[in-house]
Design a protein around this ligand. Structure first.
Ligand code: SF4
Length: 688
């Protein structure tokens, strides 16, 4: 269908509008959008924001290309062909809202839990991501969604060890003398941290990358430890072993500010570097050297990221790593410690924004978003509750990004499933919608943001009027609430009011309006004298809360669900890190970015390629018992022997044969946090 874009033409002189990048990235950049005659002509980094420093990544620097994309959805659409055909006809908003409300009301009258919201971090904004939508589903009594697809294993591990998603301040990495970049590729996906790491490097710091893949970041570090996927806990325990054996410990810090030291000591002493080397596939000397560096360098900082926690033992691995700074007392220095996520430091008023009090007295069941493939296919069962009859998808593209996508597709293809999708584009998931509603982009709506990298709050003002008939997510849920007769005042709050409610008096809103961001007032070295937000106030090596659940109270190495060597038919371990110019499945349809990535790639080590007759550029099939997908081989030392890197996440319909890497990933969950295990996946590869 061809549609022309409607551009606001109300203003004349160019203006610059302050905003925030909405994408799932720890950098949370401050944006400056230039608007001329109502048209956004340029999106830049705000030079006044210290973390952004005027620089955006390649993806968002092209944001106008995305917002004014010829394929933007501009009017509500109703399905006109078979499920999944992607055939739609335009309808009015009134008609769409009335039909959707009617369908949801009929289901809710029988079984409100048969309605499922499905959303994630398509926008990180608190208003367009977790405000009016939550109020709507709470009031409806719909199933709760466990939002586990990316970060919940690490989040739970942090909660059990440090007390919350807390850690070092990002800017102090510039002053560290040693930085371990663990499970992260900042050149590709955390650019503004990399700037601080570079600053440290120029001042003489040593940079160490710990990652199964030889990333662009690994290329620029002094040392790269290419461990097997899912073995990070073994490495961390061996580092502890060496710290203990060589007495590179801060005994005073351990005594005052940690809990469970003797038990952890005994556990760690079982992990010799030799044992860990065998598990991790690393040279013993490399582990010993890393321990020596970590034990003898001050300040030493660890930038942990989510790459390491997409495997069975994810939570334990994060727990093991975040214990390290308490052993050496690294927390004493602002430039020492660890950072996985800073998100727990923001005083967000989630109860005010989301209004869980609107839920029925009996809390509805929860559905785990990481098992949507199985759950959409379940019938009504006493153990499960009612069959899912309706899904409302926003800020997510589950057909492309959820694991075991063969089953996800089968679920969304159910004729009896009523599916509503709020989107900018006709994604793989949108193809399965019964109603496809045009949503505004970040340039067109209000929002307010925290960050999981730095510690600034950012305000996003709309720079331009909504394109076509697009409406903000918050407005769509407000309109649906009105259609369904929800009379509570909470459903009257407008988008900017929601921005003000998010932090209340905890932020100077006038400052936010004036400069676009406001920095939290936090100590430079938050745990120099302990004071962790755990029940004990200490860094909990031993977690009584985990033990009370019947789990191991100490961190340990848990082998992958799909342990390499356990399957002769599928001998290769696969990880699926993001292609550099995509952010999960966002940006795949931006032509200039897709032109850089060209085709879905599988990096494979020369030894593994040779054994299979694969050359660079060969079309290959990657497969296991869950399915198969096609991609182009890149024979490269970026892959370690025995491990292949399937770069993601391509839209299925823009890939090579209508599938993508998630055709082979599985739905098994992590040890803590019930998260997805995308990198715990055995496959075989053959020339297609
Ligand atoms: S670096 Fe991250 S936060 Fe900054 S513009 Fe790019 S995606 Fe957005």
């Amino acid at each position: 269908m061809s549609m022309s874009l409607t551009k606001d033409t109300t203003s004349s002189a160019p203006i610059q509008v302050r905003g925030a990048c909405p994408h799932d990235c720890p950098d949370s950049c401050a944006l400056l959008t230039t608007v001329e005659n109502g048209v956004a002509t340029r999106v830049q980094g705000n030079p006044g924001h210290p973390h952004t420093d005027g620089v955006l990544c390649t993806k968002v620097a092209r944001y106008t290309e995305r917002s004014y994309h010829a394929e933007r959805l501009l009017v509500p659409l109703r399905r006109s062909g078979p499920k999944g055909s992607g055939q739609f006809v335009p309808v009015s908003w009134d008609q769409a809202l009335a039909d959707i409300a009617g369908r949801l009301q009929a289901i809710a009258a029988r079984a409100p839990e048969a309605i499922l919201p499905y959303s994630y971090a398509g926008t990180m904004g608190l208003v367009q991501g977790e405000s009016m939508d939550r109020r709507f589903f709470h009031r409806l009594g719909a199933s709760q969604l466990e939002r586990t697809i990316c970060a919940s294993a690490g989040a739970e591990a942090l909660a059990q060890t440090l007390g919350d998603k807390v850690g070092m301040k990002l800017e102090f990495f510039a002053q560290a003398r040693l930085i371990l970049i663990w499970g992260s590729n900042p050149i590709g996906s955390h650019l503004h941290f990399w700037r601080y790491a570079q600053q440290a490097k120029r001042n003489g710091a040593r940079l160490v990358c710990i990652d199964p893949r030889k990333t662009e970041t690994a290329d620029k570090c002094h040392e790269h430890l290419a461990l097997r996927p899912g073995t990070d806990a073994a490495l961390a325990l061996a580092l502890m072993h060496e710290l203990i054996r060589n007495d590179w410990l801060d005994h005073d810090y351990i005594a005052r500010h940690t809990l469970g030291w003797q038990a952890l000591r005994e556990r760690a002493l079982q992990w010799t570097p030799e044992r860990a080397a065998d598990v991790c596939g690393l040279p013993v000397a490399q582990i010993r050297q890393l321990a020596r560096d970590y034990g003898s360098t001050r300040p030493a900082a660890i930038r942990l990221n989510y790459g390491m926690q997409r495997v069975r033992g994810a939570g334990n691995a994060v727990r093991a790593v975040v214990c390290l700074p308490a052993l050496t007392g690294a927390w004493r220095d602002p430039a020492g410690g660890v950072l996985l996520s800073s998100a727990g430091q923001f005083p967000v008023r989630r109860a005010v924004l989301q209004r869980p009090d609107l839920m029925p007295a009996r809390r509805p069941r929860s559905i785990n978003m990481s098992t949507i493939g199985d759950d959409l296919l379940r019938p009504t069962l006493a153990s499960f509750g009612p069959q899912i009859e309706a899904v409302i998808v926003y800020n997510s593209n589950p057909v492309a990004v959820a694991p075991e996508s063969g089953k996800v597709v089968q679920g969304f293809a159910r004729e009896d499933l009523f599916t509503v999708v709020l989107e900018h584009f006709q994604t793989d998931t949108a193809d399965y919608a019964d109603y496809l509603l045009p949503a505004t982009t970040q340039l067109e709506h209000w929002d307010i943001h925290l960050s999981y990298g730095h510690t600034d709050i950012l305000l996003n003002r709309p720079a331009i009027a909504p394109l076509g008939q697009a409406r903000s997510n918050a407005r769509i849920f407000r309109d649906l609430a009105a259609q369904m007769g929800f009379a509570e005042p909470a459903f009257a709050d407008q988008d900017e009011q929601l921005c003000r409610q998010a932090f209340g008096d905890a932020v100077d809103y006038a400052r936010l309006q004036a400069q676009g961001f406001a920095t939290l007032k936090l100590p430079d070295a938050p745990f120099a004298a302990g004071g962790f937000p755990t029940p004990s106030g200490k860094c909990e090596f031993f977690s009584a809360r985990l033990a009370a659940q019947g789990l191991d109270g100490l961190p340990d190495y848990l082998p992958n669900h799909e342990l390499q060597g356990s399957s002769a038919r599928h001998p290769l371990a696969m990880i699926s890190p993001p292609a550099r110019h995509f952010l999960n499945s966002t940006f795949v349809n931006v032509r200039s970015l897709r032109a850089i990535e060209i085709e879905p790639l599988l990096e494979i080590h020369p030894d593994d390629a040779q054994a299979r007759g694969i050359a660079s550029g060969s079309l290959v099939r990657v497969f296991n018992d869950r399915g198969s997908y096609h991609c182009r081989a890149s024979v490269s030392h970026r892959a370690r022997p025995g491990v292949v890197n399937g770069l993601g996440i391509w839209w299925r319909k823009l890939g090579l044969n209508g599938t993508n890497v998630n055709q082979v990933t599985g739905q098994a969950l992590t040890d803590l946090g019930r998260a997805a295990t995308f990198y715990d996946c055995l496959v075989q590869v053959a020339v297609a």
